[in-house]
Ligand binder design. Structure first.
Ligand code: ADP
Length: 169
């Protein structure tokens, strides 16, 4: 099932939560900062050993003090007008996170709205890409339980609309 919820991803008891990271994997602002604060300093220690991550790819760590067992870190694309492969890279983020989740036996996965904060990806496009990519993946893995955890009402509304649209297709 794919669900859209309003809330703080650091509080979610999933097998894995996704972090909208940057390519250094050494922490940052937004949801990345919140996840590092809630997980505690050992998360940064483990991230230092990963040697960064390319945009659109994903790497996994333990969740430490978080209620989630794992954190899957994925650097989303910075929006630069849409002609630099941003949409394809955002799709890759969702796909690679879900593949890694399956590899680690995670059934429940929670995503934040990747790239739509500091990275300025337009919410209408990002929400459609996220929902379509997750639903495509779930056709092959119907037992998975995926949540989009939105931090504010506007984001929540966009993802709900995207889900309604995708269901109607
Ligand atoms: P990016 O750099 O990929 O744009 P941001 O962290 O700036 O990442 O923003 C991505 C989304 O995560 C935004 O919608 C932001 O409001 C949201 N966000 C920030 N903190 C949290 C949190 N604790 N839980 C869930 N979402 C959050």
């Amino acid at each position: 099932m794919l669900g859209i919820t309003l809330g703080d991803i650091t509080k979610i008891e999933a097998d894995a939560i996704v972090n909208a990271a940057n390519t250094s994997l050494l922490g940052g602002g937004g949801v990345d900062g919140a996840i590092h604060r809630a997980a505690g300093p050992k998360l940064l220690t483990e991230c230092r050993m990963l040697n960064g991550c390319k945009t659109g790819q994903a790497k996994i760590t333990k969740g430490y003090w978080l209620p989630a067992q794992y954190v899957i870190h994925t650097p989303g694309p910075v929006w630069n007008g849409g002609k630099k492969g941003e949409e394809h890279l955002l799709k890759s983020c969702y796909e690679n996170c879900l593949k890694l989740a399956v590899d680690y036996g995670c059934r429940t996965v929670a995503f934040p709205s990747i790239s739509t904060g500091i990275y300025r990806f337009p919410l209408d496009k990002a929400s459609a890409i996220a929902v379509e990519t997750i639903l495509e993946f779930m056709e092959l893995h119907p037992d998975m339980d995926v949540q989009m955890v939105c931090f504010d009402r506007e984001t929540f509304q966009y993802y709900q609309n995207a889900l309604e649209t995708a269901k109607g297709k």
